[in-house]
Write a protein that binds this ligand. Structure first.
Ligand code: ZN
Length: 243
């Protein structure tokens, strides 16, 4: 089975449509969305519609949760807050009700999927360092946990015997029998690793290989839609720098 993992779409429809095109070319069997469908970007309702149609499993992200007033605004900086207030006004009642139905965790035989951390997905902590990763590795049983949230793709590896945690260089990583993994698939709609292209990952559970993909999309189209809607300039600018 080939699973596509997409995360942090943030209302960026042009990026999402481009990712779906590539997922189709790659003949993925299932699409799993790791949350943050809305927030920051100009097309929250259209992105929810596309995700509802195409994704097989979806977990909730912190911006989705804030959009339905379930995560307090103290978690967000001023640009994020401004975009969340705008998103709340924009979202249809039906889409708000649908966001209410999302869970924090999706479980399968070999992996779990969350937005933030396997240890406490509802707290919206980050896994950025090797100690962050170690803390989480000893708190979930599956071989892999797929995450998003930081908008920076990375593969952490935990060796069962030595308990060593390392970062694996990509874009393709062969998954070993004696190791477990926390895999951040990056962001579709607002990458922050200095590469502005949309990011997503594909896990092949027959070959036991994970591969990160990047794809260009029409950044200017998303930026002008954000401008028309009066979204913060900082958020518009960061799409082209990818920071
Ligand atoms: Zn996000």
């Amino acid at each position: 089975m080939k699973y596509a993992f997409i995360s942090d779409i943030h209302g960026n429809l042009a990026a999402l449509e481009q990712v779906f095109k590539l997922v189709e070319i790659l003949e993925c069997d299932k699409i799993i969305c790791l949350g943050d469908i809305v927030g920051y970007g100009p097309f929250p309702n259209a992105c929810i519609k596309a995700i509802r149609r195409r994704a097989d499993q979806i977990v909730i992200g912190n911006h989705d949760s804030a959009a339905i007033i379930k995560t307090p605004m103290t978690y967000f900086n001023k640009y994020a807050k401004e975009a969340i207030y705008w998103t709340r006004r924009e979202l249809s009642d039906e889409n708000k009700t649908w966001l209410e139905s999302l869970d924090f965790v999706h479980l399968e035989y070999r992996f779990r999927a969350v937005h933030a951390t396997p240890h406490s997905p509802e707290k919206w902590d980050y896994i950025l360092t090797l100690p962050d990763a170690f803390f989480n590795f000893v708190r979930f049983p599956e071989k892999i946990c797929f995450i998003g949230h930081s908008h920076v793709p990375v593969v952490f590896k935990y060796h069962d015997e030595t308990e060593d945690v390392t970062m694996e260089p990509g874009p393709a990583v062969g998954l070993l029998d004696d190791s477990r993994y926390i895999i951040n698939v990056g962001s579709v709609g607002q990458p922050r690793d200095r590469d502005p292209r949309a990011s997503f990952g594909v896990y092949d559970d027959n070959l036991q290989v994970f591969r990160l993909y990047r794809t260009e999309y029409n950044i200017a189209a998303t930026q002008s839609a954000m401008q028309e809607r009066g979204l913060p300039g900082f958020l518009i600018q960061r799409l082209e720098s990818g920071e």
